[in-house]
Design a binder for this molecule. Structure first.
Ligand SMILES: [Zn+2]
Length: 429
């Protein structure tokens, strides 16, 4: 095992020498708009990078029929999975595999940028300011994809390669269903550990909340505004129903109702009214409205019980307000149906990752109980592969002027290289 002080300082130099290349790659990736349905442009760039790394590349479209009946499946919000492939690349050791195998996973999709006029520089025109790179996906999580490639190449620069199989996955739909990662699990991809470099400030994730997307369609009774008192506006009804759901949110946030991993966060469970549409005429009481609500919930809570709680809450709100008596409410579930999960901080791979962080960063890593979901759940719950997130420092994910610290990408590359060296062992490249 060649990992000693000399190796570590050579590794740091190798990482630093690839700074410009890493940045160029991140610029190219962020320049590609990879919002839902448009992932292909980014995946072509990833396939190109994997090829530059000397790895065998495979691409495949998500086959809904192969995952529909699997645990973790979420009904798609985008029906067509053609030409939106997952891309994977494999490192196969030259000698007999000696170490433990590894999956590096990351997602290519990004969330929509929001209003263009609010961005200091355009969302898909990456721009560097004060050691940060700005742009949609710069942090979440194209920087992570760049970092795991950097880790591998820096080891190669030193004349080494992992002595166990390493798979690199770039998947679609982490931001709405996770069906990209589920398709990888369905193809049988397994490893002794997996790391997803989500941009979680170089903390090590020990748990994540569950997330469910709930669609409520409300049918009111149309009327002229002159007689608005007899008509029920579906838009007003939507707000009343959401107010009711917020009581459930507050209930789940009460100290006595919390999961032990989430006791210190001031408000771990969040319900978000992310989208609403309704009505059709300025002088007509709105007769329909549809709202999309994102619901968070604790690990260990079943999807079934979350649905029951939501449906009971909606029924109670309706019963409480006479004005809602004549409206129809349809509840459906598309997009995230994501269970929460916890990760044993004492698992061997977590210990190795902590040690790699200490060596590269020089401090004890912080742990993270994430209030968002990630693709970790597929690997850990349904893919027989212990998994966590560890990735760069940044901010404004899903917001305006998203950014990532450029230095932290290099630091994460270094940590992941040290992790791979220890976990997989090394052979002469
Ligand atoms: Zn992400």
């Amino acid at each position: 095992m060649p990992v000693d002080d000399t190796f570590r300082s050579d590794l740091r130099a190798a990482i630093e020498a690839r700074r410009d290349q890493a940045l160029q790659r991140l610029h190219r990736l962020v320049s590609a708009d990879t919002t839902l349905g448009k992932e292909q442009a980014g995946q072509e760039i990833m396939a190109g990078i994997f090829t530059e790394m000397g790895l065998a590349v495979e691409t495949f479209d998500v086959d809904v029929d192969a995952i529909r009946d699997r645990s973790g499946f979420s009904p798609p919000v985008h029906q067509d999975y053609t030409n939106r492939p997952n891309v994977i690349a494999r490192h196969v050791p030259k000698g007999r595999a000696q170490g433990r195998s590894l999956i590096f996973n990351g997602h290519i999709d990004v969330v929509p940028p929001g209003e263009a006029e609010l961005w200091t520089t355009p969302a898909f025109s990456p721009s560097e300011r004060n050691g940060r790179l700005y742009g949609r996906g710069a942090g979440d999580m194209k920087s992570g994809l760049v970092a795991y490639c950097l880790a591998y190449e820096a080891l190669r620069d030193l004349g080494y390669a992992p002595a166990a199989p390493v798979m690199f996955q770039s998947v679609i739909e982490e931001e709405c269903t996770g069906n990209g990662a589920l398709a990888c699990v369905a193809r049988g991809y397994r490893a002794d550990a997996a790391i997803i470099p989500e941009p979680f400030q170089q903390t090590i994730m020990t748990s994540q909340l569950g997330v469910m997307w709930v669609t409520l369609r409300i049918l009111g009774k149309p009327a002229h505004v002159l007689e608005a008192s007899v008509g029920v506006s579906a838009i007003t009804a939507a707000y009343m129903l959401f107010d009711g759901l917020r009581e459930l949110e507050e209930d789940w946030n009460r100290p006595e109702n919390r999961h032990p991993e989430f006791t210190t966060n001031p408000h771990p469970v969040n319900f978000n009214l992310g989208r609403i549409e309704g009505g059709d005429w300025g002088s007509t009481v709105a007769c329909s409205a549809t709202m999309l609500v994102r619901v968070g919930f604790y690990p260990g809570t079943s999807l079934k019980s979350v649905k029951s709680a939501i449906e009971a809450n909606v029924a109670a709100t309706k019963a409480k307000h006479p004005g809602l008596a004549n409206i129809g409410i349809e509840i459906s579930y598309r997009g995230f149906q994501a269970e929460g999960c916890t990760i044993d901080p004492n698992a061997p791979f977590m210990q190795v990752l902590s040690a790699a962080h200490r060596q590269a960063v020089g401090s004890e890593p912080q742990r993270l109980a994430s209030t968002a979901t990630t693709d970790v759940r597929f690997l850990a719950l349904y893919g027989d592969t212990p998994a966590t997130c560890y990735g760069p420092i940044g901010g404004s994910y899903h917001g305006i002027d998203e950014w990532v610290s450029i230095d932290s990408i290099l630091s994460v590359g270094e940590v992941l290289a040290l992790f791979a060296a220890e976990w997989c062992g090394l052979e002469k490249a």
